[in-house]
Design a protein around this ligand. Sequence first.
Ligand SMILES: [Ca+2]
Length: 477
Amino acid sequence: MRTGTKSGWVAWLACAVLVVVGCGKGAEEPAAPAGHVEAAGTDEKKAPEDEVKVIGGFEDGTPGAWYGAGAKIAVSDEHATEGKRSLRADLEAGQYPGIGIELRSQDWSKYHVLRFDVYNGRGGTRWFTTRIDAADSKGYSTRFNLEDQTVALRLEPGKNAFEIPIGSLWQGTPESQGIDPTRVKLFRIFFGGLNRPISLYFDNFRLVREAPTGPDRLTIADFDDVPGKVTPSAGTNVSVQPDPEGKGGRTLKLELTPEGNYPGVNIAVPPNWLTYDLLSFNVFCPEAESTPGSMAFKVIDGVGRQQTFSTGLQKGMNVICLPVEAASFTSLGRIRELNLFWGRPNGTLVVYLDDVRLERAGLVSHPSCHNTAAEDDRLAIDFTGLQAGRNTCFMVTAWVPLEAGGYRVVRCNAPSKQQISYGIADDAFEGYAEGKPVRVWAVFLDHGMWFWCETFIPLKPTGQTKLYLDNRTRFGL
Ligand SMILES: [Ca+2]
């Protein structure tokens, strides 16, 4: 196991581009919009594209089912990235110029990611909107909209390679509930207003399933066999210490001081998280010292997108586990850095960090759930007591442990911020490994920060099990 883990680390480290956020600038704003991050090096290791379904390659010389809206489209022999032909779109000035394709209830769920390439001959940076409708989408709040600049795709001059993890379709966006990726019927990309015409070349729209490479538990840093590449931020003293619980091995002690605005550490990570299910690390808060009550971390990709998460910390050992999918507004195939940070403390605070890792858990997707809890639901999750201000609906991801091994994943989200409960019906618990707890992650977005906590809840043998999420400190609030 150790050997496998180590070789996995060495394999990606050999080609990873290590970027260290400048220390001493104190400029790590937790709620800042996505800043520009230089693309990772061109020698970036590509994972094998195990299975590819091209939905726009234009090699037959026709646009196929693609259409322009506020745009003239034609097949071109310039700027192809797949084969010899691309789709040229001459977009007119106007409100929503773009291109799209109607699909007949296409199943995207077995793929990890939608990828496509765009050549932009013009200068300047623009954000464009991505819209994806499922068979049951009825309007804005029940389709997928990548629109807000914190999550939208950013078009730069020259060549652009985009990816949208399918996990973000399940999850929903700040403005809309998750959709069912087993029944996709429309894909559109467009600009929310163009004041002058531009020509773009599109090619190689493809759904990709990647072959899992590397070990199922990939250690990024354990401060023993795998030292990791960890860089302290301003105001942070780090030292490798024996395990504070006396369990053997070594951990990283962090002293967070008022010398920095956002003390913490940057951790170099492998670029491709697409085939992993959990991002995990251990944070120990010793009783005898002053320790923080919460922590935040930022996942930063190589193409300018990032997401920031916050969760509560308790005294003792905190095993922090978050589904990788929660970070799918970043390009999960091109992640560059994990930044753990805290707000500026009044005095020195101490935490110990250990076992930063990515894990596979054997997941099977279940249809998403959008309903409020009803009497006959097997599991009811209620947020009434939380009283949290927020920009999104509350979202829940539940992992139901199965007798056969692995977990069934049920995502719960709603088109309305008013909704304060979810009910998961019996059918999600078929084959449930009785006695084992269901893992429930509750998440909501507030001012650029995704607040979350994980709860383990064993189900009652019969009848309804209720989970009340009313403890604000567990979310780091
Ligand atoms: Ca092509």
